[in-house]
Every structure is written in C-alpha cells, then in structure tokens.
Design a protein around this ligand. Structure first.
Ligand code: PDD
Length: 276
C-alpha cells in the first residue's frame, strides 16, 4: 500500500504521525472519502469544494490547493493500481503541544490512501434494515470533520439492535444516517433534508437529485418526520460507499412493500448508467 504523506509517496510503514498531532488529541482535522470507478475519481469537483468549504469553516489552511492535490491523488490511484475502490484524504491541523488556541506557523498534516472496495451489490439488491437514533451531533454537520463519535455510537446502537444502520433524527425530524444521506418517496416524490448545517452535503445526494431532475422525478428538500419515514412508499440511503441502497425496514416495521420500490430501482439504474 502506497500512501500520500505530506507531498510524498511512501509505504504505509514509513508514514510517521506524531502523538502531538492535533488530529490525535482534539480530532482537529478534516477528511473526505472519494469513490474511484474505472481508476478515476468520481465527481472530484464536488469533493474538493466540500473539502475547501470544511477547511475554511475550521480555519484550517489547506497544505496544497485542490488542483495540485487532485493530480497527486490521481498519481496515488495509479501507484496503487486501484480500479474500484475508495480514496481517503485526511488533513489535520498539525503537530504542536496540547493547547486549545490555533497554533501559529504549524504545517497541516495530509495523509491519503486508497482501499479496494467493490460496489455493494448485495445490499443494493436486498436493502438494509435501519434503527432510528437521536442525532446528538454538533450544529456543523455540514463540515466533514474527524469528530465522528456520535456516528460511531449510533452505528453500534443500530448493530446491537440487530439493524444494519442508524437513521438520525433531531426531535423527530430525520437528518441523515451515520455515513450516508437519506431520502424517502412520498406520493412519487423524493423528500430529503435540505443541505443546511444539520447534514453533510453528500456528493451522492447531489448526484441523485440531479439525476432525478433530469428524469422528471419530483424532489423536495425539506425535513421529514419519523412518522413520514414509517409511512413512506420507499426509502433509501445515498453515499460514496453505499451508492443507492434501499431501506426495507425501520425499527422492525417494513417500508413500502418491505423490498426496494420502483423509484429506488430507477435511481439505482440511472446511477449505474452514470458510472458506466
Ligand atoms: N461518509 N452523511 C454523512 C454523515 C457521511 O459521513 C457521508 C459520507 C454522507 C454521504 O456523503 P457522500 O455521498 O459525499 O459520500 C452523508 C463517508 C463515505 C465516510 O465517512 O466514510
């Protein structure tokens, strides 16, 4: 495995992160997960825009601009001979003694690596079961930061209950899932939480809304309630790793007919056509 570490390509064993890295003790850093199809980055502009927006929101100086970074990431994909998989990029605020104020003159630390990851065909076919969990995250879920403890705990709570994933809600209004966005189908129309500060602005979410619009499938960006979720005709999640995966049960109750519905199947097909 070849890693990108501070501008250089190295074997994993030679990547040296200090115990004084602010990512380590404060979770003071950002990340993004890109999809690689056919050896190429999927929707790189949307990912870079999100990375830049997150960096700006956290007053973190990107160590390299998006254009040159993209060139480096493409080289990383080539060096690892990756065709189908994911690419993880993490930037922490760098190494300095533990103290809250933003350190001066400290270089951010960038690490990137690739992982082989086939398309999740089984889950996309059969669907997943979800458990609803209170969303206890902070009020900047639109920033893709390393602080994922609420996501970790929600995911485990869902797994412990025999479900596959957690659907997060704030006082009964559904936001998103642990590592994906969620959409329901109501009267043939997509409904999904607006891209504000309470959810991650998913690249797959944006792509699906674009595909839906082109296909004449109506979509509304507004919060929907747990009741609306339970009564939805269909529900599915969108994300870099899950693509479009149907939700077939929520809290032990079937959604729609208990299997993927026609709108979900249509969007899966449109997405498959897009990635070729
Ligand atoms: N997660 N919401 C959350 C909380 C996420 O962490 C993610 C992605 C998404 C979907 O965004 P996108 O379509 O851009 O992948 C929504 C990545 C895959 C992760 O943390 O592993």
């Amino acid at each position: 495995d070849i890693y990108l570490f501070d501008g250089r390509f190295l074997p994993k064993e030679e990547v040296n992160i200090s115990p004084e890295d602010r990512g380590y003790y404060y979770g003071d850093g950002i990340y993004d997960v890109f999809r690689v199809y056919g050896g190429r980055l999927f929707e790189p502009e949307l990912h870079f825009r999100r990375l830049e927006r997150t960096a700006a929101g956290l007053r973190l100086q990107m160590p390299i601009e998006s254009g040159p970074l993209q060139t480096k990431l493409e080289e990383l994909i080539a060096r690892n001979r990756l065709t189908e998989g994911t690419l993880y990029v993490q930037i922490t605020r760098g190494t300095s003694p533990r103290s809250l104020p933003l350190p001066q003159g400290v270089a951010p630390v960038l690490v990137a690596y690739t992982t082989e990851f086939p398309r999740p065909v089984a889950a996309m076919e059969a669907g997943i079961r979800a458990k609803t969990v209170e969303d206890i995250r902070w009020l900047h879920c639109d920033y893709k930061t390393l602080n994922l403890l609420p996501n970790v705990l929600a995911k485990q709570e869902a797994l412990d209950a025999g479900a596959d994933d957690a659907i997060l809600h704030r006082s009964g209004l559904v936001t998103e899932c642990c590592a994906s966005n969620i959409m329901i189908v109501q009267n043939g129309s997509l409904v999904t939480h607006p891209a504000n500060n309470l959810i991650l602005h998913g690249v797959t979410r944006a792509v699906i809304l674009r595909l839906a619009q082109a296909a004449g499938i109506p979509a509304e960006e507004r919060p929907f309630s747990l009741e609306e979720l339970h009564e939805a005709e269909e529900a599915f999640i969108t994300g870099t790793t899950v693509e479009v995966t149907p939700i077939v049960a929520v809290d032990g109750r079937p959604i729609g007919g208990g299997s993927a519905g026609p709108v979900t199947r249509r969007l899966q097909q449109l997405f498959a056509n897009l990635i070729g």
